[in-house]
Design a binder for this molecule. Structure first.
Ligand code: ZN
Length: 142
């Protein structure tokens, strides 16, 4: 655990039709956000969510080829291989209010999205290979 301090806040909407994960990564690169937290809401035209199979140690992907509400978008920004890296989980709801969610993957297309990225100051966390999980988790040295 580290102590971080609030930094600058970026608040705005994402372009219609953009890839959600790529748009968030681009904002962080362009704004120089190396550490932070992300929240948002809106709607997507289609979605691709990952579920990490803890036994096989790889992601399975669920594809939703329909419009869905973003009930909650929550995530963080840290560093991976020298670049800002966005990690987001989504809760989505269909036209009957049924919700499901998972790890945001490339291939999720924005219909409209309102996002707040809270930058944090302090030594950035760096992702590196974690033997126990097979995931790129935050290291101790970060
Ligand atoms: Zn995840």
């Amino acid at each position: 655990m580290k102590t971080m301090m609030p930094g600058e806040v970026w608040m705005g909407r994402l372009p219609h039709g953009c890839d959600l994960l790529e748009a968030l990564n681009r904002i962080c690169r362009e704004q120089g956000i190396r550490l932070g937290r992300i929240e948002g809401l809106g709607a997507v035209k289609k979605a691709r969510l990952g579920f990490y199979d803890q036994t096989r140690r790889e992601y399975d992907f669920l594809d939703f080829a329909q419009p869905l509400e973003i009930v909650q978008l929550v995530g963080n920004v840290s560093m991976k291989e020298g670049e800002p890296f966005v990690h987001v989980h989504l809760t989505l709801a269909d036209h009957e209010g049924r919700a499901f969610g998972g790890h945001l993957a490339p291939g999720t297309e924005v219909f409209a999205a309102e996002v707040v990225i809270q930058g944090l100051t302090g030594t950035p966390l760096h992702r590196g290979w974690d033997e126990e999980t097979g995931l790129p988790l935050w290291g101790e040295e970060g």
